[in-house]
Design a protein around this ligand. Structure first.
Ligand SMILES: CC(C)(COP(=O)(O)OP(=O)(O)OC[C@H]1O[C@@H](n2cnc3c(N)ncnc32)[C@H](O)[C@@H]1OP(=O)(O)O)[C@@H](O)C(=O)NCCC(=O)NCCS
Length: 180
């Protein structure tokens, strides 16, 4: 079926798919051991390595939700809260919090685990936007998210405001580009 949204036409599947997918269906977790080559001169993991892990986990979440190719459109926040040291595990967990038409917001939480004690601490959080693509590389419609847990509902309820801010930033950037 071909559905028209705005000026574009999108090929979508009909049926249960467009009724929505549970946030938990997009959940992805990843754990890795931080070794000395991954760290800086302070013995803690390079920020760029953490960013790469976040992007990878978020990409898996987005692909699980859309079941299509996706691209990272933006990362509007990444807060490093505490370092992760060599010998600790880096533990990432993410899920799709919200969708618009073709874009998906993904939240990723990063924790450090002391493998001797099991103690965990929050080290970073990030919100990223991914866009689903069809076979010709054009943005493709994605199903809405069905939040179930308290955390999923909390993230879902805050997502519209973040979406508006992102759109505003994008418009401002386009305006600046026109003026240059
Ligand atoms: C992301 C991309 C596909 C959007 O293409 P576009 O021609 O701008 O498409 P549109 O204007 O129709 O926007 C499509 C969706 O992307 C969203 N979008 C585009 N740029 C965005 C940005 N910077 N931040 C958040 N969302 C963005 C739009 O809001 C829209 O969402 P919606 O359909 O849910 O309303 C395109 O900009 C691109 O390919 N960027 C490069 C991606 C990339 O190389 N990533 C790194 C490697 S994976």
């Amino acid at each position: 079926m071909i559905k028209s949204i705005g000026a574009r036409e999108y090929i979508i599947e009909v049926g249960d798919w467009m009724k929505g997918k549970k946030a938990s269906q997009s959940k992805a977790v990843m754990t890795d051991l931080v070794l000395p080559p991954d760290t800086n001169f302070l013995g803690s993991i390079f920020g760029g390595n953490v960013m790469a892990y976040i992007d990878k986990v978020a990409c898996i979440c987005a692909m699980r939700h859309a079941r299509s190719m996706v691209v990272t459109a933006s990362s509007d926040s990444l807060d490093f809260i505490s370092p992760i040291h060599a010998g600790e595990a880096i533990c990432l967990e993410g899920f799709v919090t919200y969708t618009h038409k073709t874009s998906m917001e993904v939240y990723v939480k990063v924790e450090a685990e002391n493998l001797l004690t099991g103690e965990r601490r929050l080290t970073a959080t990030s919100y990223l936007t991914f866009v689903a693509l069809d076979e010709s590389g054009k943005p493709a419609v994605v199903p809405p998210v069905i939040p179930e847990t308290e955390e999923e509902k909390w993230q879902y309820n805050g997502a519209l405001e973040r979406h508006k801010l992102r759109q505003q930033r994008r418009e401002e950037r386009k305006q600046r580009e026109k003026e240059e």
